[in-house]
Design a binder for this molecule. Structure first.
Ligand SMILES: *Cc1c(COP(=O)(O)O)cnc(C)c1O
Length: 377
C-alpha cells in the first residue's frame, strides 16, 4: 500500500482518516443498483443504529447524499405535523442554522435563544411548552461545535416527551465519539455524517430515528422532494437502495471506517478522543490562552480559544505556518468574540497534539506574540 502525507486536522470536521479508510474508496467500478451493493448498505444502515445502541426493530437509519446540513434540512422539513410549531433550543451557530432552515421553508418556529457560553435553562424551555401547546417538534444540538458546549439533551428530550413533541438532535459532532444511547437519552431522531466521528469522508449523511415516527410522518405536509425523510426511508425499505444515486465510493470508505470503529471499540475510542482533548487544553493552558466555555460544560471535543490582546497576534499567519507543517487549525463561530478552535476529532492521538503545540508555539514566537499570551482585563 502506498502511503499518503498525514495531515492532522484540528478543524471541526472533516477529520483525519486512516490510510485504510482512504484506500477503501479504490474499488472496481460497480453500479449501485446491483444486489451486491444493496447488501453492503443493509449492514451499514444497521451498524449506524448500533452505534447509538438502538434496538433495530424500533430504530432505523436513513442515508442521504450530502454534507451534515442536509440532515438538519430533512428533519425539520419532514417531521413537523400540520398546524404545529418547531421549538429550536438555540445557543450557538449550528442551532441558528436550524432556525434558518425553518425560515427558508416558512415553518412556524420559536427561536428560543440562550447565550453561546451558557447551558440552556430548562425552566425557560418548560415555560415555552406551557405557553405554546402547539409545539410538535423540538430541535437541539448536542455538542454546539461553534463553541464546544455540551447541551443537556436527555433533560430537553424528557421535556419534549412530557409535552407530546418529537425530539430531533443534531449529534453531528458527538456521534461515534461521545457515547450516545438513543433511547435512554430521550432522542427520537439523531443525525451525523461520515466525515466526523466515523473518520470517513464527506458526502454521506444519515439520520437514526424512530421507525414508527418516520412512518407517521408519511401524512405530514410534504415540503421537499429530495430531502423528505419518509420518501427516502420507504424506498430503502422496499428496495434496499437509496432513492437516487448514492455516493458509492464514500460508502465503501464508511464501511471500512465502521470496521475500524468496532475494532477500536466505543469506550477505547472515546478515551482516545478524551486524551486528545486533554492534551489540547493542556497546551492552550500552558500558553495562557483563555477559552469560551468553562471546563465542566465542555463536550470534550472542541476547544474554543479567545484571541489574545496582542498587536502581533494574527490568526491567518499562525494558521498558515501550522498548515504548511501539516496541522490545520480553524476560526471560531461566535459573532461577538474572536476565537479559534482546536478539535479532538479524527484518527489522531495525544502525541500528534504534542507535535502540534511545538509548531504552534514556534508560530507565536516567530510573529512576536508574547508568551504566555496576554489579555487586557
Ligand atoms: C459539522 C456539523 C454539521 C454539518 O456541517 P456541514 O458543513 O454541512 O457538513 C452540522 N451540525 C453540527 C453540530 C456540526 O458540527
Amino acid at each position: 500500500m502506498e502511503t499518503i502525507k498525514r495531515n492532522i486536522l484540528l478543524n471541526p470536521g472533516p477529520s483525519t482518516t486512516t490510510d485504510s479508510v482512504k484506500f477503501a474508496q479504490v474499488v472496481p467500478d460497480i453500479c449501485p443498483r446491483e444486489k451486491e451493493f444493496a447488501g453492503l448498505m443493509k449492514g451499514l444502515r444497521e451498524d449506524l443504529v448500533r452505534i447509538v445502541h438502538g434496538d433495530l426493530e424500533k430504530y432505523t437509519s436513513v442515508l442521504f447524499c450530502g454534507s451534515g446540513t442536509i440532515n438538519i434540512d430533512v428533519c425539520l422539513n419532514s417531521l413537523l405535523p400540520e398546524n404545529k410549531k418547531v421549538l429550536v433550543i438555540n445557543n450557538g451557530a449550528y442551532s441558528t442554522r436550524a432556525v434558518e432552515v425553518c425560515q427558508y421553508y416558512g415553518l412556524p418556529y420559536i427561536d428560543l435563544r440562550f447565550p453561546v457560553d451558557q447551558i440552556p435553562d430548562l425552566a425557560v424551555i418548560e415555560d415555552a411548552f406551557r405557553n405554546n401547546p402547539d409545539i410538535g417538534l423540538v430541535y437541539a444540538t448536542h455538542n454546539e461545535t461553534g463553541t464546544g458546549i455540551l447541551n443537556p439533551i436527555k433533560e430537553i428530550g424528557a421535556l419534549a416527551h412530557k409535552f407530546g413533541a418529537a425530539f430531533a438532535v443534531d449529534t453531528t459532532s458527538t456521534y461515534a465519539m461521545r457515547p450516545i444511547n438513543i433511547e435512554d437519552d430521550n432522542i427520537d431522531f439523531c443525525m451525523a455524517s461520515a466525515q466526523k466521528g466515523l473518520m470517513a469522508f464527506t458526502g454521506l449523511s444519515f439520520i437514526v430515528g424512530n421507525r414508527k415516527m418516520i412512518k407517521k410522518s408519511a401524512d405530514y405536509p410534504k415540503r421537499s422532494y429530495y430531502c423528505n425523510l419518509f420518501l427516502q426511508y420507504d424506498f430503502f425499505e422496499k428496495t434496499g437502495e437509496m432513492h437516487f444515486t448514492p455516493p458509492v465510493q464514500t460508502i465503501y470508505a464508511a464501511i471500512q471506517a465502521l470496521r475500524e470503529y468496532w475494532a477500536e471499540g466505543e469506550k477505547a475510542k472515546w478515551a482516545r478522543h478524551t486524551r486528545v482533548f486533554h492534551a489540547i487544553n493542556r497546551g492552550l493552558d500552558e500558553l495562557g490562552f483563555r477559552q469560551v466555555i468553562k471546563p465542566e460544560w465542555r463536550a470534550g471535543l472542541v476547544s474554543s480559544a479567545i484571541y489574545p490582546d496582542d498587536p502581533n497576534w494574527d490568526f491567518e499567519v499562525v494558521h498558515n505556518y501550522c498548515y504548511e507543517r501539516g496541522f490545520t487549525i480553524y476560526p471560531g463561530k461566535i459573532s461577538k468574540t474572536n476565537t479559534f478552535r482546536l478539535c479532538a476529532l479524527g484518527a489522531i492521538d495525544e502525541g500528534d497534539i504534542r507535535e502540534f503545540f511545538k509548531v504552534f508555539k514556534k508560530a507565536l514566537e516567530n510573529t512576536g506574540v508574547q508568551i504566555p499570551v496576554r489579555y487586557n482585563d
